[in-house]
Write a protein that binds this ligand. Structure first.
Ligand code: F6P
Length: 533
């Protein structure tokens, strides 16, 4: 643990008992502890970070080499050291860039694939590419993890912009998922996208076979209604998909960072190439902000520093992402992969044990629904959960503007309640008004105390458009990058998913009864006995 962390720890010890609300005696606090970029406001004033804390955090970022590593990422250096790969998802949203990896300009094939995606989407949306039964009405994207969560989240988020075929997503190897999605679809007017970077993921390949069999019942040549998105062209052709409907990308696009390129095909089909270009433009705008704004006004840097402050310095093990935007209901699930697969590591880049905790547990649900479910614990539980609110100034339903106002008032009320709380004296006064006295008043009042002093941030934006969504996703991507650099981990590998995959493969013949449970622990053996058919 270096001196910067030690300084932050000692600073935290001196302010731990201070109430965040007291910091607002500075009338400029909300302005000082917030930052803006392209119409987006990030307010972190409802945290216990003060001027000293901020300067210590900024010094930590500087000392960790965030600026240098940021440039290394954007310019194609192989910062994914355990896999020997560059990390260049940013190039997918900055198509005019020149990026050289291993002495080669990597952009011409990226631009070519993007142009083919646009042309294919136009063909599908305008009926020039049709199914056996005519114009494509439905698209089924088969993928999992990064090949599912991003497109599924974005298609839902951008519902007001849909003017293409309906998009559906199958991810889980549980046959229930395919069965439920396929029920009611017409195979003769359905386009299937197999989205898999590796084209080996067992869930995706199993579902692809299932969907092909479903289609074969009513379509003479099912392969003609399949497209593929992958880095493995040999495997897509072995599956029988014609190369004109295969959209490739390079290994320098990580799965959970891939929705900007061909993995975003379902998004482009749903909203059209021009709105998809706006999504890319939003991401590129955040990239430009991240590269140029000084750290004290840099949204991704500040979001990361607030995250490190709460997790590593204050010791809060989780953070809740709470979009007051129903259409962002899959954002928490998307961020779980982005953040936890990236920074849920236990050793630093050089293979040594981390001297602190790595990334936090990320979870959440949209407001106001969460208020009627788990906010009880956030307000009165014994653990502190830093909350990250997201909210738009305007919805997409002008005729329901009164509901948007209710939504916004609830969002602001929650962060205010977390900050302010309700003291025993205030709760007692309320109970006294109800006519309670003595021990019963005291007992009832104690149940109604809110400790307050619970930190939150708010990301406010004008309206959830493709551009805004691009900004939000790029913001979180860069937050993960900055946290990863400061923690010293490799944010771009995911070795932690491998062991379970290997063991699942080995368990298949055991569950089929082809092999015994020798070598398995007692619990696994007993569960095999119970579950095998
Ligand atoms: O198992 C984890 C993972 O490798 C993720 O990182 C990835 O997004 C997902 O599986 C899907 O992988 P693929 O796109 O290769 O099918």
């Amino acid at each position: 643990m270096n001196q910067h962390w030690a300084d932050l720890t000692s600073h935290h010890a001196t302010i731990e008992q201070r109430r965040i609300l007291d910091l607002f005696s500075d009338p400029a606090r909300a302005k000082t502890f917030s930052a803006a970029s392209d119409g987006m406001l990030f307010d972190y004033s409802k945290t216990n970070i003060d001027a000293t804390g901020l300067s210590l955090l900024l010094a930590l970022a500087k000392a960790a080499g965030v600026a240098e590593k940021r440039e290394a990422m954007f310019s194609g250096t192989k910062i994914n050291e355990t896999e020997g790969r560059a990390v260049l998802h940013t190039a997918l949203r900055n198509l005019s860039a020149n990026v050289v990896v291993d002495g080669k300009d990597v952009m011409p094939p990226v631009r070519e694939t993007y142009a083919r995606m646009r042309a294919f989407c136009d063909d599908v949306r305008e009926g020039r590419f049709a199914g056996q039964g005519g114009k494509i009405t439905d698209v089924v994207n088969i993928g999992i993890g990064g090949s599912d969560l991003g497109p599924a989240m974005a298609v839902l988020a951008l519902a007001p912009f849909h003017d293409g075929p309906r998009c559906h997503f199958i991810s889980n190897v549980d046959g229930a998922h395919a069965a439920d999605v396929l029920r009611g679809l017409n195979p003769q007017t359905t386009l299937v996208i197999i989205a898999s970077k590796t084209f080996t993921t067992i869930e995706t390949m199993t579902n692809a076979e299932t969907v092909r069999a479903w289609m074969a019942e009513q379509v003479a040549n099912p392969a003609a209604q399949f497209a593929a998105v992958s880095t493995a062209a040999d495997k897509t052709s072995a599956f029988g998909i014609s190369s004109e409907r295969v959209f490739g990308f390079e290994d320098w696009v990580g799965g959970r960072y891939s929705m900007w390129g061909p993995i975003g095909l379902a998004i482009m089909l749903a909203i059209g190439p021009d709105d998809f270009a706006q999504f890319l433009a939003g991401g590129a705008a955040m990239d430009a902000h991240f590269r140029t704004a000084d750290f004290g006004h840099n949204l991704p840097v500040l979001l990361a520093l607030v995250g490190l402050w709460h997790n590593q310095v204050c010791g809060h093990a989780t953070r809740a992402v709470l979009p007051y935007d129903q259409r962002l209901s899959r954002l928490p699930a998307y961020l779980q992969q982005l953040e936890m697969e990236s920074n849920g590591k236990r050793v630093s880049m050089d293979g040594k044990d981390l001297p602190y905790h790595s990334g936090p547990v990320v979870w959440g649900e949209p407001g106001t629904n969460g208020q009627h479910a788990f906010y009880q614990l956030i307000h009165q539980g014994t653990r502190v959960v830093p909350c990250e609110f997201l909210v738009a100034r305007r919805g997409h339903e002008p005729h329901l503007a009164h509901q948007h106002l209710l939504l916004v008032s609830n969002c602001l009320a929650q962060s205010e309640a977390l900050l302010r709380g309700r003291s025993l004296a205030e709760a007692s006064a309320i109970m006294a008004k109800k006519g309670l006295t003595g021990a019963e008043l005291e007992r009832q009042a104690r149940h109604r105390v809110f400790p307050g002093n619970r930190p939150s941030t708010t990301l406010a934006y004008e309206q959830l458009t493709p551009f805004t969504l691009g900004q939000i996703i790029a913001l979180y991507e860069h937050r993960v990058f900055v946290e990863g650099v400061i923690l010293g981990v490799n944010s771009y590998d995911q070795w932690g998913v491998e062991l379970g995959k290997e063991l699942a493969l080995a368990l298949q013949p055991i569950l089929e009864g082809k092999m015994g449970t020798a070598g398995k622990d007692g619990s696994t053996s007993a569960l095999v006995e119970f579950l095998k058919v």
